[in-house]
Design a protein around this ligand. Structure first.
Ligand SMILES: Cc1cc2nc3c(=O)[nH]c(=O)nc-3n(C[C@H](O)[C@H](O)[C@H](O)COP(=O)(O)OP(=O)(O)OC[C@H]3O[C@@H](n4cnc5c(N)ncnc54)[C@H](O)[C@@H]3O)c2cc1C
Length: 562
């Protein structure tokens, strides 16, 4: 296979020579480094690569601001190489300069390029290579099968095969689905036990699980422990950003901590392809990366994890809180942190609900997007998550239609996202519109859209529909003792009603619920901000409050439990 190309474009010959040497020295074995001294030259190279089916991984340019020679080139790279990453070079002296910062922000928001890189100034320039490697990692993750891919083979896209894909996605396990009657599927089934029950899950080390439960999946991925009868200082319910943050702070401050999640790590954040507003990541960070890093951090500090186990009850027995898990397991803890987050509202169109997993998806598009190259896809919703999903899909799909009930995108979406959506050529918006029907033979092939004002309906071809229409908190299982607002979000601190006062011999702490010793953080909490940073912040605050709670209640800590 021909090596993918790294194309550098700069009219300054000395700068270009330094870039070429850096790229060649570090990446020359696995990539073909090509340099162009002008945008016309670069365009000729790009056309030639497209005509001869050579992949372009990265286009790196100097002179990129509006009116400068490479600006138009950058904007057109994706016409020929839709998956190429585009980065602009800036000089050290420009770093921190306000107008450069603004131009970078505008360029990324308008979809002209993806990243900025500070020009190499010596050889080797490790800072330059750190950024280039990060960009290439992003490119490779989107365009190359992961080295340790778990294969799922099923008879159809729906049902248990879809649930298994979801389970692996939640465990942040790279996976690939194929139908049993495809050539690849036949090969994998043949390597399993004769008569194996589908769907099967084939791990990179050759192990095969036949129609496994989610718990078996999580046990096979090696992460969780069986909590059994264990006792902890704190039990955290939910491994989203709030729960992971609490796990990091809790364990690093000496609390024996267990995190239980009905899925795996990351919560909603794993469905966000690029979080751009999280502190410390000027180039953005994928939700999956953030969650994986947080998980590793908590794990190294000593947090225990129990994945694919749903918490179904919580009750006080003397000094301990008893947490009941699915499959009749239970554990005890001095305190509990509820960080169960939210999930998306259902659309409620039966013909589309029947196709969930087969072209109809709730939430973001991270894992399904690469399979939608050259397809027409739809995103339903008008908030930031819908905008992000549309932008992510637009890198793969032929067209993305954003269907929004409101008359304006600005009603529910941040300005920077609206600008990116509007600047992306293959995203269309249908404002004042609803999805009222649709279907397909085993897989979505069409949708029925209704214009709200005129009440007219039209059928459109559609390969996929991503539904992001609002969230409901995961609080249905909580005892009545834990007060919730009218939408089911948990009340904490000063929001708790007087009715619960007799349970306390003090004022409840800021994030404490109406059940003493049970705290709540993140999206599940009434009044929460619904952002990764806020969830992470609340997770850390909750741990501080737990210390105060232990002190006030004179609870002795258990320390680490093996
Ligand atoms: C597509 C998308 C894009 C987004 N983009 C951004 C962005 O760019 N910037 C930003 O700041 N925010 C973004 N958000 C919002 C952000 O992801 C959330 O605010 C954040 O994840 C909330 O964290 P959390 O820990 O409170 O809850 P969640 O992330 O919802 O995690 C809750 C966890 O609890 C588990 N759980 C629920 N019930 C139980 C139970 N009974 N037992 C055990 N476990 C349970 C769930 O499985 C889940 O893993 C986005 C969200 C989505 C969906």
């Amino acid at each position: 296979m021909t090596q993918p190309v790294l194309l550098a474009v700069d009219e300054n010959a000395a700068d270009l020579a330094l870039i070429e040497r850096e790229l060649e020295d570090r990446y020359g074995r696995h990539y073909k480094v090509v340099c162009a001294g002008s945008p016309d030259d670069a365009r000729t190279h790009l056309e030639h690569f497209a005509a001869s089916a050579v992949e372009v991984a990265l286009v790196l340019t100097g002179q990129w601001r509006a009116g400068e020679p490479n600006c138009r080139l950058l904007a057109s790279v994706h016409d020929l190489h839709p998956y190429a990453k585009r980065a602009v070079l800036i000089a050290w002296t420009d770093w921190g300069d306000q107008s450069t910062g603004r131009a970078i922000f505008d360029g990324i928001s308008d979809g002209r390029f993806d990243h900025y890189v500070i020009q190499p100034s010596r050889s080797p320039d490790e800072q330059f290579h750190q950024t280039i490697s990060m960009v290439l990692l992003e490119w490779a993750e989107a365009n190359r099968a992961a080295p340790y891919t778990v294969h799922i083979v099923g008879e159809s896209w729906t049902g248990r095969a879809y649930e298994l894909r979801e389970a692996l996605q939640q465990c942040a396990m790279s996976h690939h689905f194929c139908l049993a009657d495809s050539p690849e599927g036949r090969e994998l089934v043949a390597a399993a036990r004769a008569g194996a029950v589908l769907p099967i899950v084939v791990f990179p080390d050759g192990r095969v699980l036949e129609n496994p439960t989610n718990l078996e999946i999580s046990q096979s991925t090696g992460g969780p422990i069986d909590p059994g009868q264990a006792d902890f200082d704190v039990c955290i319910v939910g491994a989203g950003p709030a729960g992971l943050s609490a796990a990091v702070y809790g364990t690093s401050e000496g609390l024996s901590t267990i995190v239980v999640d009905k899925g795996g790590i990351g919560g909603q954040a794993t469905s966000s392809s690029l979080i751009r507003n999280y502190l410390g990541f000027p180039r953005g960070v994928s939700g999956r990366h953030l969650a994986q890093n947080a998980y590793s951090q908590a794990w190294v500090f000593g947090a225990k994890f129990a994945f694919m186990q749903t918490v179904t009850g919580i009750a006080r027995e003397d000094e301990r809180l008893v947490v009941t898990l699915s499959a009749d397991r239970r554990l005890t803890a001095s305190a509990v942190l509820l960080a169960m987050g939210v999930s998306y509202r259902r659309l409620g169109v039966p013909s589309l609900e029947a196709l969930v997993g087969a072209g109809v998806y709730y939430g973001g598009s991270t894992s399904e997007a690469p399979a939608l190259v050259d397809r027409d896809v739809f995103v339903l919703g008008g908030a930031n998550s819908a905008g992000q999903s549309a932008l992510h899909l637009a890198q793969y799909a032929r067209s993305v239609t954003l269907v929004v009930r409101a008359p304006s995108l600005r009603d529910g979406m941040s300005d920077y996202l609206v600008r990116q959506v509007e600047a992306t050529a293959n995203i269309r918006t249908r404002l004042g519109c609803q999805v009222v029907g649709g279907g397909g033979d085993g897989r979505l092939d069409h949708l029925v859209l209704r214009d709200i004002a005129s009440k007219t309906e039209s059928a459109v071809d559609a390969r996929a529909l991503f539904i992001l229409i609002g969230a409901e908190p995961h609080t249905g299982w909580l005892p009545a003792e834990i007060e919730q607002d009218e939408r089911g979000f948990i009340l904490t601190g000063a929001d708790i009603s007087q009715r619960s006062a007799p349970r306390f011999n003090r004022s409840p702490f800021l994030l404490e619920t109406s059940m003493p010793g049970v705290f709540a953080a993140g999206d599940v909490r009434h009044g929460s901000v619904k952002r990764v940073a806020s969830a992470v912040g609340e997770g850390s605050i909750a741990i501080q409050l737990l210390h105060q709670y232990y002190a006030v209640e004179q609870l002795s800590l258990r320390g680490s439990i093996d």
